[in-house]
Design a binder for this molecule. Sequence first.
Ligand code: SF4
Length: 329
Amino acid sequence: MFLGKGIYLSVRLETVHNRLVYKAKSMTLTDEIIKLKREKKAVILAHNYQRPEIQDIADYVGDSIELSRRAVEEKEAEMIVFSAVDFMAESAAILNPEKKVLLPSLGARCPMAQMLTVHEIKRWKVLYPLVPVVLYVNTLASAKAYCDICCTSANAAEVVNSVNAETVLFGPDRNLAEHVQRETGKTIIPIPERGFCPTHVLFQPEDTRMLKTRYPDAVSMVHPECTVEMQDIADFIGSTSQMCRYVKKSNAETFIVATEEGILHRLRKENPGKKFVLAYEDVVCPNMKLNTLERLYASLKEEKHVITIPEAVAKKARKALERMFELKN
Ligand code: SF4
């Protein structure tokens, strides 16, 4: 539809106006959040996939386990606002039973974590009674309570190697399981059979190949939750924290990144001279993005939504997490 020059100008002015209003509102919110945070002795932890404005206001930005560790180290804090998804806030609550742990958006639930129920774990344990169970931290507390040890995407191979068995039950991500099998040479039985991250499976090798023709010197970094086909064409496979470290050390100038788009904000901030291209446009985890500045503010102000884990479950899940921490990683 053709718009006259006058209408076009007025639409543009309206857009600029809306942006300025939004910016002013976020500034006020940011100030309010900082004020509340001090008053309540709270610490704000934000996952690498959070919105830029949340990453910018957070005390720490990192992957789930970096943040949970951070939460333990924050001795002075009485409250933790964990801007991420359910299982991460749960881990923080398990590791910090004396602190109040808040999740800004109660709907921020990881679909992959929901794929592995206690019932499913029990079913596999019956089939393989002597085989140890290693679970990715991307699981619910109730599932963690039924495993021998937890792992992250950064240390999964190391954890599996530490287990005194040649066969391991591993869940819930089948792609990470395949990566671990390749790295360790052990027999990895994925539980459930086809657990996956709906966000990471969106990356397809043909898009990366196309980007490589446009950026021939670019290095491709692939998260192990991506498909095996994506892992096969990667120059580097690693977790978000490993990607951040890898970029800092690398002499490359351009990176094709196959993980959720939120990481680009951190990568660009930490490496202003380097170029980052998402391996497929707009790959977003909608669950992570449910946390907004407004919800973060409401969470702090009204002290919601408190994450509590029954002590009987927390005790067992804590053991599985602590066993992982005892390994050097
Ligand atoms: S990116 Fe995938 S694994 Fe991570 S929270 Fe989203 S759905 Fe879950």
